[in-house]
Design a protein around this ligand. Sequence first.
Ligand code: IMP
Ligand code: MG
Length: 192
Amino acid sequence: MDRPEAQGPPIPGRIVLSSTQIERRVHELAQEIGTAYSPDTELLVLGLLKGSFIFLADLVRQIPLPTQVDFMVASSYGNATTSSGDVQLLYKPGMSIKGRDILLVEDIVDSGNTLAQLLPLLEEQGVASIETCVLLHKRIANLGEYEPKWTGFDSPPGFLAGYGLDYAEKYRALPHIVDLGRPEDLENKNDQ
Ligand code: IMP
Ligand code: MG
């Protein structure tokens, strides 16, 4: 059931995607993913923590294939709102990815650094296949061969939060996605 946006704590920013819009799109993505693989494929869904945790949980329950789930932690942001460029893998998947069909699930593509640095690292471990599904894409980055196969929504240029995405660890639990405004303005607010 849709949680009325008016309930709960005050909403920061402006709602750009409602929980209903997200739910519909997640369902479509899951169906598209399901038809892209043979029905006996056991897909290893790898979530990039923390931002993808809600998206992954909703997506994986609707993909009409047998799946396994694992997570990774990559960090380039800290508490800032712009990428520092250097992506570190702080936690690797616990299970071997060799010979597996991998679906990497990410919350949002901004500069593209995370995917551009992470995908080659995963590929070189001898995966059978690797594709990416992102909820949001700011369309700033041109990822070439690392462009996600599935994208939920093209994102507005502001800093977004909710549905797993945070601003300084806040707002992850919002059922919708809000635009908090220009990253530069947010950082200025933080400094005060
Ligand atoms: P990229 O490496 O610059 O593409 O950034 C990817 C990561 O930065 C994502 O996994 C997000 O966690 C974070 N990020 C980028 N833009 C936003 C945003 O608007 N809101 C929240 N997190 C973001
Ligand atoms: Mg993140």
